[in-house]
Design a binder for this molecule. Structure first.
Ligand SMILES: [Zn+2]
Length: 341
């Protein structure tokens, strides 16, 4: 046990990755986390693996006068309960639970599960394959032999130090860890499930992240959160439908803008003609269209055509508008009325 005399051997507090109040994601994240808490592994191997993930990301080993104690602080009572349930099934140590006021975000209680007894702490660390590891590093391959255990380990790591963004803010899942070595180990483990994972250093810690929608969905499947997975998938479908609708609306708005712009130009032309020439001097076919335009500046060409007697088609109206435009242009050029129209 000489290797553990560094004091804090494993440390990955996770308060700062918790959610910010008022964020809708609190709900989705909380629901997903709740589901992950309830996903209790059946096999003994997976229970040890999940506990290992939790202890690796969130456990603190203390050595006082050669005696080892282990504590696992959690800001969620539900996760603390899961830690207790797993401990009970894995090594049955004597445990103490303390409740402290959390200083980080969110404010609230922190639940500290402690194994005060030296033998119990050593026994657990040995069972989880953590006695031979220095700060950082991965997990004992023996603990993560089977895929079922790898999934449980990732779930444990996420429960210990993970965070997931609100679906509306892009799809993002991350796990905070203390060492680069462990970050690489965890990222590689995630990659084994066909999910792209990256690592970024943030404020002296390492963040293993998955930031594409497919990856987050797959990782939820890996961690066994089918309801959160469905919720995220529904969100993605709705979002893509909404995007399609928005595209259509934008196209429609662009058409309306074009109509309004054209109408403004036409009204200016007609007013100019009226000033220089007088609308009454226009041929009846043009005068009719000009008056209709002045009366209904918001109408499109088809609607204008329907207001005339007899009705004319859109292209008919368009043709007359062009004649009005060229008349206005020539009046503008000459700076006064032409001799004849
Ligand atoms: Zn297993």
């Amino acid at each position: 046990m000489q290797r553990l005399n560094a004091g804090k051997v494993l440390r990955a507090g996770n308060t700062e990755v918790r959610n910010v109040k008022g964020d809708v994601s609190v709900d989705f994240y909380a629901r997903a986390k709740d589901e992950l808490v309830r996903a209790m592994p059946e096999r003994q191997c997976c229970k040890a693996a999940e506990l290992c993930g939790l202890v690796k990301t969130d456990g603190v080993v203390r050595i006082t006068e050669g005696r080892v104690s282990l504590s696992i602080p959690e800001s969620s009572a539900a996760v603390a309960r899961k830690v207790l349930a797993l401990l009970k099934d894995v090594t049955r140590p004597e445990v103490q639970v303390a409740v402290a006021k959390s200083r980080g975000i969110p404010r609230g209680n922190a639940y500290i599960v402690r194994l005060p007894d030296h033998e119990d702490a050593i026994n657990l660390l040995e069972t989880l394959g953590l006695t031979q590891l220095r700060t950082g590093g991965g997990a004992d391959p023996g603990i993560l032999d089977a895929y079922c255990c790898k999934r449980a380990f990732i779930r444990g790591a996420f429960l210990g130090a993970g965070y997931m963004s609100q679906p509306g803010k892009g799809y993002h899942l991350e796990i905070y860890v203390e060492s680069e070595q462990f970050a690489e180990f965890l990222a590689e483990l995630i990659v084994q499930f066909g999910v792209r994972a990256g690592i970024v250093e943030r404020r002296g810690r390492y963040v293993v992240y998955v930031k594409d929608g497919d990856g987050v969905v797959e990782l939820l499947r890996v961690m066994e959160a089918p309801n959160a997975l469905l919720e995220l998938e529904n969100d993605r479908v709705l979002r893509s439908i909404r995007n399609d609708v928005n595209r259509l609306v934008n196209a429609e708005n662009a058409n309306v803008a074009k109509t309004v712009e054209a109408s403004c130009r036409q009204v200016q032309d007609i007013e100019l003609i009226d000033e220089y020439l007088g609308l009454e001097r226009l041929p009846a076919s043009l005068r009719q269209v000009a008056r209709a335009r002045l009366d209904y500046p918001e109408a499109n060409l088809t609607q204008l055509g329907q207001m005339l007697t007899p009705q004319i088609t859109k292209s008919g109206v368009n043709h007359r508008m062009r004649r009005l435009a060229s008349l206005a242009a020539s009046l503008r050029r000459k700076g006064g009325p032409p001799d004849a129209v």
